[in-house]
Design a protein around this ligand. Structure first.
Ligand code: SF4
Length: 219
């Protein structure tokens, strides 16, 4: 059984399939508490949620007619049976992407025959959560996966550059720098990328925050 805080169809606001339609399933609960979190309402253990089975969620996704699914949160990898859902969706021809906060091991999912695409955050200093990052996860990433750095300050940019270099991330997966909305100018990120010759790294703006009001849910 899965604790589902919300589900809806919208466009992918970030990562490799940005701009494409996706069915989103947001799970309740998170093990982190980032300074800039915009889904706090879904994170507490008693947040409103509906219990659904893997079969019910798969039927819902198929009923939407959308072929991309994004499993998000909160932290989706806290759902103990998440692999049963990814197996069920992928075996029905759905492309599954998991947005995880980078603090939970992806090893078991990454080794599955029916493997979802992984988008991992690296939580930078301004998040207050950097000490929980599990860098062992990077050895399980491939060319379809993404590491995303949500940047809120110049210190964050310096740290992101060090982590990208240390783990050679740009050589193994997609790498995105994404500004915390309202905290740092995207132009400053581009300047930093230019000054540091950050090849293989992309800036990415959270598309849905430009299309709808930044605080809007269910988009
Ligand atoms: S990991 Fe994501 S959901 Fe959890 S507190 Fe941080 S931003 Fe919010």
């Amino acid at each position: 059984m899965f604790s589902v805080a919300e589900r809806f169809v919208s466009i992918n606001g970030e990562a490799a399939h940005v701009g494409e339609l996706a069915a989103f399933i947001r799970f309740r609960g998170c093990n982190l508490c980032c300074s800039y979190c915009d889904t706090r309402w879904a994170n507490s253990p008693d947040a409103p949620a509906v219990d659904m089975t893997a079969g019910e969620l798969t039927e819902w996704v198929l009923s939407t007619g959308v072929r991309n699914v994004t499993l998000t949160g909160g932290e989706p990898l806290l759902q103990p049976e998440i692999h049963t859902l990814t197996d069920a969706l992928i075996s029905r021809g759905i492309r599954v992407e998991i947005e995880t906060n980078g603090s939970v091991s992806v090893e078991k999912l990454a080794r599955r025959e029916l493997r979802p695409v992984l988008t991992l955050d690296y939580k930078l200093p301004s998040s207050g959560m950097e000490q929980y990052m599990l860098t062992e996860n990077y050895s399980f990433l491939g060319c379809h996966d993404t590491v995303k750095f949500v940047v809120g300050s110049h210190e964050d940019l310096e740290r992101a550059a060090r982590i990208i270099g240390r783990y050679k991330l740009a050589e193994k997966c997609h790498v995105y720098l994404s500004p915390v909305f309202g905290s740092i100018e995207p132009a400053d990120i581009v300047d930093f990328m230019t000054e540091h010759s950050m090849n293989g790294v992309r800036i990415q703006l959270q598309l849905h925050k430009f299309i709808w009001e930044p605080e809007r849910r269910g988009v």
